[in-house]
Ligand binder design. Sequence first.
Ligand code: ADP
Ligand code: ZN
Ligand code: ZN
Length: 732
Amino acid sequence: MSLILRIALPAPVYGLFDYLPPANISVSKLQPGQRLLAPFGRTERCGILVEIADKTAIAPDRLRAARTVLDNTPLISAEHLEYLRWVAGYYHHPEGEVLLSALPTRLRKGKSPLVPRPDKVRLEETDTETLARLKQKAPRQWQLLNWLQTREGSAAMSDLRQQFDNLHGPLRALRDKGLISLCMADDCNSTRLEQPRFSLEPEQQQAVAAVASRQPAFGAFLLDGVTGSGKTEVYLQLALQVLDQGRNVLLLVPEISLTPQLIRRVEKRLPGPLAVLHSGRSDREREQAWLLAAKGQARMLLGTRSAVLAPLPNLGLVLVDEEHDSSYKQQEGFRYSARDMALVRARRANCPVVLGSATPSLESLKNAMDGRYTWLRLTRRAGNARKPSMQLLDIRNQRLRGGLSPLLLQALDQVLSQGRQAMVFLNRRGFAPVLTCYSCGWLSDCPRCDARQTLHYRQQKLICHHCGNERPLPEQCPGCGSPELHPLGQGTEQLEQVLQQEFPEHPLVRIDRDATSGKGSLDRLLEQARDGRASLLVGTQMLAKGHHFPGVALVGMVDVDGGLFGADFRAAERMAQLIIQVAGRAGRGEHPGRVLMQTRFPDHPLLQTLVNQDYAAFAREALRERKEADLPPYSYQALIRASATKAETAETFLHQAVALVEKQAGKEIQVWGPVPAPMQKRAGKYRAHLLLQTSERQLLKRFLRDFAPALPSLPDAGRVRWSVDVDPLDLY
Ligand code: ADP
Ligand code: ZN
Ligand code: ZN
């Protein structure tokens, strides 16, 4: 009797695929975690061997043989495979897609793993004479050496690539001259580690001690520390202890916090090798990092969302920075929460997990209140920094200039003329969110979405921020031909223009997705903000997250009203988090900071609570409201999404899903919908969804176990794009 290979293949189908072993392969060579090529329809796909079974439900004449085994040894360990399967099961996402999405791009496509190559550059001894000669003869080599010197003599190749184009020539020349050496992270880490220049504050010490006392077993901790209280310092101390014990550390951060500055801070303080997984890096760089982690050569893995799916054996500590950040939730395709999976991962590895934030999610706060997480508080800013003062600016009946009130402009003027830095925050990029015609009422609607196209003045374009659809800026009204079109509202591009006119003598940097699209440009701009070269910082939430700008004395928020009346029940929580995070950028150095928020609703309870009390007071109130309304975290949800070119098709499918719920479940499952999504049409597709809710997590889990696998058999399943979103974060 022949053995059956159960293979995970990337296909939108639940379950594994059964194959016979490839011809001419000794079955003893096969192990779960190896990749194979297998025939699939008329083509061939790369999959991962998951199980070796002795029977199959497939009829013998339909059973085919896998073609080639790609790996001599498993690419992922049995333990990691089990974890990924658990994740796929929890989210009811096809196992093949989950397993394959956990691999680097090339490996997913069946390529053989890269051979490790030097990923670090180290400066060798040099003298001023050589440098002077280089400066004259080979300015590019000289620039490179100079830059390395600012990095204390060593840097990751990927950082170099961010800074310099066409590196290859100058690098080789410098190496041939013996001025630099290229090495692997492993043997480069001989540099002496830096000690912190201060001792921990008592609250920091208590936090470190609490987590350390749980070592090496599982325990979940919420590190609830105000902005600037030294949470990162706590992570570093904990990581150092765990690394010293010979176990490895996983540190997750939100997308835009992963700056070269953070990487340097980690490298300087902790023994390596460090592997960094970041979407800003090339496929090859990511693969090198992934392999380093998978082979157990990296001691620490630092990465954004997807790093929670990367292998790292011998795990001793999991850290999640800014755990409330919504970038931890993947919002399309395989919709997982890296924060939640970090907990699962730590539990499976039996090690502590620390979730840190100045504005913890209500989910995590409730867990802390219920005693499921140990609640660690840092209530004071570290060092000499003091809490910023927050104040509302009532802009009703005010004459605004580019959205800015006279009071805010005055305050900016004052701070800037004292030679200090100021930051102006608006969570809307572009010049204006709408272009309109006063004569006929024409609006810059997106042809593919229920949304407006944003005016981008510098690019002379109208661009939809939801689907990317764009067109040239019309010279006259497309509706009536009137030559006068007017922008409505403001975006960061307009703010930049207005502020430059108001304060022409103060250098300004704008930080948003448009201004930072070039390679390395975000880091360059952040550098100018940090070192004080720019005195005015303008930006979207990219500016708000985790960055440390010691010189900022004033933060102005142009519009805090947008989030006050959102349709989503999480809108208030997000707005409160954003306000506190933005405010937290002020006064992180020696001088106290001030925060001014423009609003037309100065009496709004959310604003009042944040200004007169704090985030904790807001969170208590918000949790009380959620409890009353029976909303998460007091209930558990799954969202069934469907989209189609016709609105009826999507809704018909969801009605079939409702019938299925009624057949399979009793009253324990509450059903809301189907309803059209808040933005019904997006990128030319009509979207609808169905919300399922229960009072207990186990009820939802048990129900989905039968329900999700039955969805593909619904009559209209093939006519729509549908997905299951477990623990949805937004209802768009
Ligand atoms: P958070 O992550 O909570 O925003 P960080 O860890 O980045 O805070 O710390 C903010 C600043 O305070 C950093 O410049 C850090 O070096 C400094 N810092 C942290 N802990 C201490 C301490 N115990 N004493 C003095 N300064 C500290
Ligand atoms: Zn018109
Ligand atoms: Zn659009």
